[in-house]
Design a protein around this ligand. Structure first.
Ligand code: GYE
Length: 329
């Protein structure tokens, strides 16, 4: 296979059909010269987490001599599907992607299967009845992340009843509607807080995993909701947007309103260490090394586990202050 340089393709380039003529013409079963070609269809660049994730995948591919075709779908499923189709046309050795939402992938995954190109899911899961459509899924346990967030709130319920009315009134900033981490982080959180009748979610809306989205939804909540004690944001970026809205309303984030988020990217950790966030559940974006190793194993014909779960921890304000300096992302 001809060695090409790492290509970053925008969704616009994909739309313009610039990829269709680049087929290598060789088989999709690994390459004779040892160089693997991977097509990676990324969700977008919506958050600090995503930026770190993309960098990890691109840097590892470069270090390992893997030829990476990388596309940014700008959080649109249709763009991801186009990208995957273009990788099939180009006859890459292996396809990986992080599905923006869970459903609606069967048709394009069938096409990859018919072309004999293995697919590795990374970061987010798909909802399908046909398990043969992907080889393995590498990523976090999002339900467990939601449970950890809920457990902190249950353990700190008395302190979190900021207005002292006997009820812990939570507003939730959900991730992208239909995305695995939004569905699972909600489910995990709700299942744990249900053990404490004083805690309830009074409003819940999507902020699409972006800082701006979190800010706008929080502004609306501050207008419509009485006595908000806690914000549960499905990622740091939305939590950081909520902080801006809370400060603009003349309130003190972390004190007047407690904030729980997921990810533990550097900006989130800095806000946690500063006292503006109260608790962060870690979600590790550095999936590049494990992904490239899995790709190599699959193309070498080795058995790989169906599910590879990344290991993660949680951070309090004190713990964030300790590790902030050495944080990798
Ligand atoms: O938590 C969020 C990002 O899928 C785990 O997507 C990922 C999530 C992450 O936009 O910040």
């Amino acid at each position: 296979m001809v060695k090409k340089t790492l290509v970053a393709l925008s969704a616009i380039a994909l739309g313009a059909g610039t990829l269709s003529a680049c087929g290598g013409g060789d088989s999709a079963s690994g390459s004779d010269d040892g160089a693997i070609t991977m097509g990676f269809a990324q969700v977008g660049a919506e958050s600090g987490w995503r930026t770190a994730n993309s960098a990890s995948i691109q840097d590892t591919a470069e270090a390992e001599g893997i030829e990476l075709k990388f596309s940014d779908a700008q959080q649109k499923q249709e763009n991801q599907i186009k990208a995957i189709r273009s990788y099939i046309q180009q006859d890459v050795d292996i396809i990986s992607f992080s599905p923006v939402v869970e459903t609606g992938w069967d048709a394009v995954l069938q096409e990859a299967k018919r072309a004999g190109i293995p697919v590795i899911l990374t970061d987010r899961a798909v909802d399908t009845d046909d398990e043969s459509l992907y080889v393995t899924f590498l990523g976090s346990d999002f339900v467990a992340e939601g449970e950890k967030a809920g457990q902190w709130l249950v353990d700190n319920a008395a302190d979190s009843d900021v207005d002292g009315d006997g009820d812990v009134n939570v507003v939730e900033l959900q991730g992208t509607t239909g995305a695995a981490p939004a569905i699972d982080r909600k489910e995990g959180f709700e299942s744990v807080i249900s053990s404490d009748p004083s805690i309830s979610i009074s409003a819940s809306q999507t902020g699409d995993f972006t800082r701006d989205g979190g800010k706008q939804v929080m502004e609306a909540f501050l207008q419509s909701e009485e006595g908000i004690d806690v914000v549960y944001a499905h990622n740091d970026d939305m939590g950081l947007g909520a902080i801006e809205a809370i400060e603009a309303a003349g309130l003190v984030p972390g004190e007047d309103i407690k904030i729980i988020t997921v990810d533990a990217v550097r900006d989130g950790m800095a806000a946690l260490a500063e006292g503006k966030i109260n608790f962060i559940v870690e979600c590790n974006p550095l999936l590049g090394p494990q992904l490239m190793e899995l790709a190599q194993q699959v193309l070498d014909g080795e058995e790989v586990p169906r599910r590879v779960v990344t290991e993660e921890t949680t951070f309090t304000q004190e713990q964030a202050a300790e590790v902030l300096e050495s944080r990798e992302y």
